[in-house]
Design a protein around this ligand. Structure first.
Ligand code: PLP
Length: 365
């Protein structure tokens, strides 16, 4: 038996596969193809395999090093680059990606010359910014012009379609109205180029809510989905979509070990200045309370406050590079050094945990 090292992540592969199946089957029934977005798990292959087995039509990530892994493991599954590429990345884009999201004409021009030199063709999806203020053409006429330019003047690029992204920076809700805007824009592009577009990509996990409610406009035929398949925490917990019972929120479990557990004052004692990260936090004085110190920190999870303890009554107080501190006064379990506590993850913590090559991940079949 190999010795267990903490912290460690447990991943239930059959639940993950089932989530992928539930999402893709609902999308397919609505005429929508699914790009499974694997950047949240650093495209680690045992987990990517469940996206494939669950029926995702394409694999997508934001990073070219991960794309290399996907391409090697699944040479026959179309790949989509979901971060609009850097000028400095273009050499590798045609080789590794079948499709990419694009938002800049000068990048498209260089991509054309790269493809011509490499004697390859590459499919592009032009992004429309519908208000979230991250990537995408803001001016609709400019997007239609760019589409025409790709269609007629960039012979090694194929105009696959258009897309949008919502709910990332600007926190904009993908409403039916926003999707109708995208559909109308797709109609304009189709009229301009005189043919149907292969892809009208309506967004990410948050747009899946419209598939769930059956209100997605027909014209939208593509979504890029990661979080709903991996965690299904945003739609259920933040959006309050309680009847999304067909998706498991328990694919992942994080386990961390207790280093010490004892009663201490809840307010620091002495002259308060700055914490380990240059911040000046405030502390609530709740008297003497039982605290647990865990061997997991910001190096592992980015922000310790994002961890969600499964023990009722336990709350996260904070942390530093290598430690997380919990208030466990109201936790019925008598905790002591060597005990293991379990946590649910959100997207950000999953991203950090799986980015560390040395983080142990235990796969349950
Ligand atoms: C990350 C990303 C997605 C997937 O988002 P989820 O919320 O994980 O479904 C889709 N599109 C783009 C452009 C992204 O960057």
């Amino acid at each position: 038996m190999e010795k267990i090292r903490y912290p460690r992540v447990l991943c239930d592969l059959s639940r993950l596969r089932q989530n992928a199946k539930e999402v893709t089957s609902r999308c397919h029934a609505a005429g929508i193809r699914v790009a499974g977005v694997t950047k949240g798990i650093n495209s680690r292959l045992p987990m990517v395999e469940q996206f494939v087995a669950g029926g995702c039509d394409q694999l997508a990530t934001s990073r070219l090093d991960q794309m290399e892994t996907l391409r090697k493991a699944y040479p026959n599954i179309p790949t989509l680059l979901v971060r609009v590429p850097m000028m400095s990345e273009l050499e590798d884009v045609p080789r590794l990606c079948d499709y990419s999201l694009e938002s800049d004409l000068s990048v498209l021009e260089v991509l054309e010359t790269v493809c011509a030199r490499q004697e390859r063709t590459h499919k592009v999806v032009l992004m429309a910014d519908l208000g979230d203020l991250r990537e995408g053409f803001w001016d609709r006429d400019e997007l239609v012009e760019a589409a025409l330019h790709v269609e007629h003047h960039l012979p090694h690029l194929e105009l696959a379609g258009i897309g949008t992204n919502l709910g990332c920076y600007g926190s904009i809700v993908p409403t039916v109205e926003k999707m109708e805007e995208l559909a109308a824009l797709a109609g304009r592009v189709e009229a301009a180029v005189g043919r149907e577009l292969e892809i009208v990509s309506g967004g990410a996990t948050t747009s899946f809510s419209l598939v769930h409610w059956g209100t997605m406009p027909k014209k939208i035929n593509h979504l890029r989905i990661g979080e709903a398949i991996l965690l299904c925490s945003d739609l259920r917990n933040a959006w309050g979509i309680q009847d999304m019972t067909y998706l498991s929120g328990h694919v992942f479990t994080l386990q961390a070990e207790v280093l010490e557990c004892r009663a201490k004052p809840s307010h620091p004692v002495g002259k308060i200045f700055m914490d380990a990260f240059g911040h000046f936090p405030t502390y609530e004085d709740r008297g003497i309370r039982k605290r647990a110190l865990l061997g997991i920190g910001r190096l592992d999870v980015g922000d310790c406050l994002d961890l969600v303890p499964r023990d009722g009554g336990a709350t996260i107080l904070g942390g530093s590079s290598d430690h997380t501190i919990l208030d466990v006064e109201d936790c019925p379990r008598p905790l002591k050094a060597g005990d293991v506590m379990e946590f649910d993850l959100i997207y950000a913590t999953l991203l950090f945990l799986t980015a560390h090559a040395e983080m142990p991940i235990t796969y349950l079949p």
